[in-house]
Design a protein around this ligand. Structure first.
Ligand SMILES: N[C@@H](CCC(=O)N[C@@H](CS)C(=O)NCC(=O)O)C(=O)O
Length: 218
């Protein structure tokens, strides 16, 4: 039984569970939603806050990306995406918390959304929102550089849920000129390159997801 992820292609929060499925070797399908569909009754039945992603696995429906990632890691065989060593696991959890509390509102919802997504739909970016988000974006980068601390991945030598959660937001940031500038010379650049070299990231880019939808028979 494959996992269905309901979500908007290109959303970093949607990409994370798709990449986790790839890392685990779990079959998945993206049930693509457009932005207005997230507030339609069918989706609100899955996710009362009208956001994405929502997971469907048989009769089990789950929302909140952290919970979805942990479910995928625990419910399936495949490489463990959570370290067993307590301090490494704590670093993983810390990075996940940083993404939800600080990266999402500044880097994703303000800089990348305004600079990358709005122009795709012919909408002007909110320059004030971008400028206002820059200090917090810098703090996020410094904080995650400290978590990375010279390791290949955020919690150690191997990919964990922290990388799968954070990576899509930083890949999104790198698409904005301000973001590429913020990341230039940061150890996060190498970390992101390591993630982008993985099949789990290559198979879940916005371009690949959109192309797959276009190729689907009507
Ligand atoms: N706390 C949620 C956040 C999910 C979230 O904010 N997703 C964005 C897309 S990246 C969304 O659904 N935005 C649509 C909206 O806010 O209406 C999670 O972890 O899943």
């Amino acid at each position: 039984m494959s996992i269905v992820i309901h979500g908007v292609p290109g959303s970093p929060y949607v990409r994370a569970p798709l990449a986790a499925c790839e890392e685990k070797g779990v079959a998945w399908r993206l049930a693509a939603l457009g932005a207005p569909d997230t507030k339609a009754p069918a989706h609100l039945a899955r996710h009362p806050f009208g956001r994405v992603p929502a997971l469907e696995h048989g009769d089990f429906i789950l929302y909140e990306t952290q919970a979805i990632l942990r479910y995928i890691d625990q419910a399936f065989d495949g490489p463990a995406l959570t370290p067993s060593e307590p301090r490494a696991q704590a670093r993983m959890n810390q990075a996940i918390g940083v993404v939800d509390c600080y990266v999402m509102p500044s880097i994703s919802a303000s800089i990348a959304f305004n600079r990358v997504v709005k122009p795709m739909f012919g909408m002007p970016p909110d320059e004030d929102a971008i400028a206002a988000a820059m200090p917090m974006a810098r703090t996020c980068i410094v904080a995650l550089e400290a978590v990375l601390d010279g390791k290949p991945f955020l919690a150690g030598e191997t990919v964990t849920l922290a990388d799968l959660h954070a990576g899509p937001h930083f890949d999104f940031l790198a698409m904005a000129p301000e973001g590429a500038e913020l990341l230039r010379g940061s150890p996060l650049e190498g970390w992101l390159a390591r993630l982008n070299a993985r099949p789990s990231f290559q198979k879940t880019t916005m371009a690949v997801l959109r192309a797959a939808l276009t190729a689907e028979p009507a």
